[in-house]
Design a protein around this ligand. Structure first.
Ligand code: TDO
Length: 183
């Protein structure tokens, strides 16, 4: 598993080497040694989750209040466009976003540090997303920003499919900066 830096400060991409044969494939989905070599604490990841979504579904943009949360995101089945926004005011890449294709061909893991917004859109018929977070989920700390916020101007590849009620009523990036955004 290789570690790659990205154009956003502190964001890393872990690229495994899947083994393929006539049965299918075998791939590593987490490697504590590699994670530690990248300066992260592998033992910090305390909760694993998985979600399944249909083509075009958009989840996000989600962040977390309080102490925040860091996560490792991967696509176990299908393909997504994963987008993260640096919402850390003291970061050199504050306000910038980057999109990553995550799929079941490369099996890359995206490391999203605390202080980022995160969302994704499903490119395949269906996609399963798995992520590990470094603090147990607390719905009281959820915050959301509109996926189609005009200031962020994220170029989503497809028309927005299914959105959750929470995502439909999300606030703006400006609301977030003004400290006026809820989950
Ligand atoms: C995120 C989460 C949700 N839930 C529950 C709450 C709710 O009843 C149901 C669905 O939750 P949501 O609608 O918030 O799920 P979803 O919209 O998939 O939320 C996720 O979106 C992506 C983009 C992220 O970055 C994740 O951190 C998370 O915020 O699952 C948990 O029990 N634990 C969790 O960690």
């Amino acid at each position: 598993m290789r570690v790659e830096h990205t154009s956003l400060a502190d964001v890393l991409l872990f690229r495994p080497s899947p083994h393929r044969d006539e049965r299918g494939f075998f791939t590593r989905t987490f490697d504590a040694e590699v994670v530690a070599s990248a300066g992260l604490d592998p033992a910090a990841f305390v909760q694993d989750s998985q979600s399944r979504s249909a083509h075009g579904t958009l989840r996000g943009l989600h962040g977390r209040n309080g102490a925040g949360e860091a996560k490792l995101v991967r696509c176990a089945h299908g393909a997504i466009l994963d987008v993260i926004v640096d919402a850390r005011p003291d970061s050199p890449t504050f306000g910038q976003h980057q999109a990553f294709r995550l799929d079941d061909e490369d099996f890359c893991l995206l490391y999203v540090p605390r202080g980022f917004l995160h969302g994704f859109q499903v490119l395949s018929g269906v996609a399963d997303i798995c992520y590990r977070i470094d603090r147990p989920h607390d719905p009281a700390e959820d915050l959301s920003v509109r996926h189609d916020d005009a200031d962020l101007a994220i170029g989503w590849p497809l028309p927005a499919g299914i959105l959750s009620p929470r995502d439909r009523s999300a606030g703006s990036w400006r609301d977030l900066l003004a400290g006026d955004v809820r989950g």
